[in-house]
Design a protein around this ligand. Structure first.
Ligand SMILES: [Zn+2]
Length: 283
């Protein structure tokens, strides 16, 4: 983490110029995005954040639950494209928590909460979530978000220099605060709507190629919307606008269905619905 923060102290003007000449890349769906941070650095951040989450949240030791989640994740991982930006290996952890949540971090770190397995009711729906989260990683969304925040700050530095302010964002802690980063959670902040749509698109394709029924993604998001009645699940609060998302997915299902039909795979993961962690939530 230290080297990361040191690099953030490069003067803003230099970074802003660098961004213009070298930082713009094309995402898997053809969107241009700014990526200032080397993959290696992003992977390191992802790993550190992952280890911290593991310290804070109980990890499920239940072999059936772990077997189920790994079966679905592995089925998707085996159809991932090879490439410089695709993590060479992936780690999957099931967290014992009623949170309806899941994530994938740069460097190939996947987390699934047992609460999610109570909403995603079959392997196809779980695959929709895992595909979506892996989609964020393949499209380098964490890097893009961090870079955009950083470029904004670099721009402000230019302004503050022009305005005669001295070293306003030179201090490391100030910079982190301005970036909206906790020391470790920087890669876990909510994604933008365009990142969400892109992750949905990539995820749908991945699940279909892996042999999971793409139409189930629509069912999943309907169930997520239902689960959000009353108190919105954590997952929905960081994954906005499920009405639009369901419509977008419905539009994309026919194309994904053709990928599914052509896929040689038909995973058969034994579904497990874990007990609620807190008895009062068992409903
Ligand atoms: Zn997402």
């Amino acid at each position: 983490m230290n080297s990361m923060w040191k690099s953030l102290r490069v003067p803003g003007i230099a970074i802003a110029l660098f961004a213009m000449v070298a930082g713009c890349t094309t995402s898997p769906t053809g969107r241009q995005q700014l990526q200032l941070f080397p993959e290696k650095q992003m992977a390191q951040m992802g790993s550190e954040a992952y280890e911290n989450i593991k310290k804070e949240t109980p990890v499920s030791e239940d072999p059936a639950v772990n077997g189920y989640v790994s079966c679905v994740a592995d089925a998707i991982i085996r159809v991932l494209p090879e490439g410089r930006e695709v993590p060479p290996s992936w780690e999957v952890t099931v967290f014992r928590s009623d949170q309806v949540n899941a994530f994938a971090l740069p460097g190939g770190k996947i987390g699934v909460y047992t609460g999610l397995l109570r909403v995603a009711e079959n392997q196809h729906q779980l695959a929709a979530i895992v595909g979506h989260e892996i989609g964020h990683v393949l499209a380098n969304h964490s890097n893009a978000r961090l870079s955009a925040n950083y470029a904004t700050m670099a721009g402000l530095t230019v302004i503050s220099v022009l305005a005669g302010a001295s070293g306003a964002v030179d201090d490391q802690r100030t910079m982190m605060a301005l970036l909206g980063l906790g020391a470790q959670v920087g890669v876990l902040l909510p994604f933008s709507r365009s990142h969400e749509s892109e992750a949905d698109e990539i995820g749908l394709e991945l699940m279909a190629e892996a042999g999971f029924s793409p139409a189930e993604s629509v069912e999943l998001w309907k169930r997520m919307a239902e689960a959000s009645d009353g108190q919105p699940p954590e997952f929905l609060s960081t994954h906005p606008s499920h009405g639009t998302r369901i419509r977008d997915l419905q539009d994309q299902v026919p194309r994904a269905q053709r990928l599914y039909d052509a896929s040689p795979y038909r995973p058969d993961c034994r579904e497990v619905i874990p007990e609620a962690v807190n008895a009062e939530d068992a409903g």
